[in-house]
Ligand binder design. Structure first.
Ligand code: SF4
Length: 270
């Protein structure tokens, strides 16, 4: 049996992309090889966290409201589990988070593709229990994605732009090729594929056009996600006029284009 490192598990509403609003059980795998400057889960980039936190429904205020006292944490349903965890324990915890409205299990991060064997074992077992599997990935490894694809019904794959600073400039082309490789294997397998690009104030129409040209011909949903600007960088968010322009550019190459911000941020949930 495989074991691995998980940062947190919880049940919530999907806050990004084409399946926004669907109830999911999130498994946030630890570690990520990238370094996007706008990362909002930097706590999950530690690949060896000592503990995994399993959050209950009453814990969202504790995690998201700045002025809640620490004593409130003791009233919460939060459970703290030592890492590494076995895949069987993950499945047992997943079962405790099940509600009648669950759409799917969301394998997120961090980056799930760096825990391939562990993800595979969990996804296989979840599938045998008639759960649907949904992977959210930066697309950093096409080979890792291909090895997992048979277990997933849904895939949300990021395309990082050069100015996201996910990798050094010299490694950018390799990352981009891997992302396209993930998209190809996802679509070829018949997975419901969502491609997401985070856009900023300085994202150019030319960059979006180049990406959309490379994606044209694939059956996928394409999401432009305006960056949720970090507090210290409010000026990086794109204007509505810029979003209209980028969406129109994408629409010239792709059938199913949407502009969706991170809705969970508005709701104050994870
Ligand atoms: S890929 Fe995701 S988790 Fe990794 S640095 Fe970028 S935003 Fe953060």
């Amino acid at each position: 049996m495989k074991s691995g490192y998980i940062t947190e598990m919880f049940s919530s509403f999907q806050g990004e992309g084409a399946y926004t609003g669907r109830r999911q059980i999130f498994i946030r795998f630890a570690g990520c090889p990238l370094s996007c400057f706008y990362c909002d889960t930097s706590y999950a980039r530690d690949s060896r966290p000592e503990f995994c936190t399993v959050l209950g429904e009453t814990d969202f205020g504790v995690r998201t409201t700045a002025n809640v006292s620490f004593d409130d944490a003791f009233l919460s349903e939060q459970r703290v589990i030592e890492n590494p965890m076995t895949s069987q324990l993950v499945i047992e915890l997943m079962e405790t988070l099940k509600t009648p409205d669950v759409h799917s299990i969301c394998y997120t991060g961090g980056e799930p593709l760096i825990s391939t064997a562990f993800v595979k074992e969990i996804a296989q077992e979840a599938k045998s229990r008639h759960m649907k599997n949904f992977i959210e990935t930066s697309g950093c490894s096409a080979s890792a994605f291909a090895s997992l694809a048979e277990y997933f019904e849904f895939a949300s794959i990021d395309i990082k732009l050069r100015h996201h600073r996910a990798v050094d400039d010299s490694n950018y082309e390799r990352l981009y090729e891997n992302e396209l490789g993930c998209v190809k294997s996802s679509v070829d397998r018949g997975i419901d594929t969502i491609v997401k690009v985070v856009v900023l104030k300085d994202t150019s129409a030319d960059e979006i056009e180049a990406v959309c040209r490379d994606l044209s011909g694939f059956d996928l949903k394409f999401v432009l996600q305006p960056v949720s600007a970090p507090r210290n960088l409010p000026e990086v968010a794109p204007s509505i006029t810029e979003l209209f322009t980028l969406s129109e550019v994408a629409g010239r190459f792709l059938q199913d284009v949407m502009v969706i911000p991170q809705v969970h941020k508005f709701m104050g949930i994870l």
